[in-house]
Design a protein around this ligand. Structure first.
Ligand SMILES: [Cu+2]
Length: 142
């Protein structure tokens, strides 16, 4: 009897997984997950990932980290810049094609969304001279 119950649980879990994974056929459920995710904070079960970038304090032409990591899929990019100097975050793929970019922002936060496939990307600031000065890094999408 116990075995039957366990099997039932397993198949229910499998069903739930299938329901979660089938996001390509139902956009409304994806939107609901997005709302829940942003209301509930960070983390989460792989619905929409928030990818955070931050410019260094002061006036250094640098991000706080030159590496970033994300799960593949739809990603919410959140860039906060405490500086009075404007910066942004652009993401380009291995071929050098832009896949996402935020608005330029100073003393605030800019967001963007991207659909990322697994691979290596480069993120950088598009303000002339900033990338060369060190505002770039590697984003790994798994
Ligand atoms: Cu910049």
């Amino acid at each position: 009897m116990k075995k039957v119950a366990a099997l039932l649980l397993v198949s229910l879990a499998a069903l739930a997984l299938v329901a979660c994974g089938g996001s390509d056929d139902d956009t409304s459920s994806t939107a609901a997950e997005t709302t829940a995710e942003s209301a509930g904070g960070s983390g989460g079960g792989g619905a929409v990932e928030t990818l955070k970038f931050e410019a260094a304090e002061g006036s250094a032409l640098a991000y706080t980290s030159d590496t970033a990591e994300s799960a593949a899929g739809k990603v919410e990019i959140e860039f906060s810049n405490p500086q009075s100097i404007s910066h942004d975050v652009e993401i380009e793929d291995a071929k050098g094609e832009d896949v996402a970019s935020t608005e330029l922002v100073s003393d605030g936060t800019a967001t963007a969304t991207a659909e990322l496939k697994p691979g290596e990307y480069t993120f950088y600031c598009s303000v002339p001279g900033h990338r060369e000065a060190g505002m770039e890094g590697t984003l790994t999408v798994k």
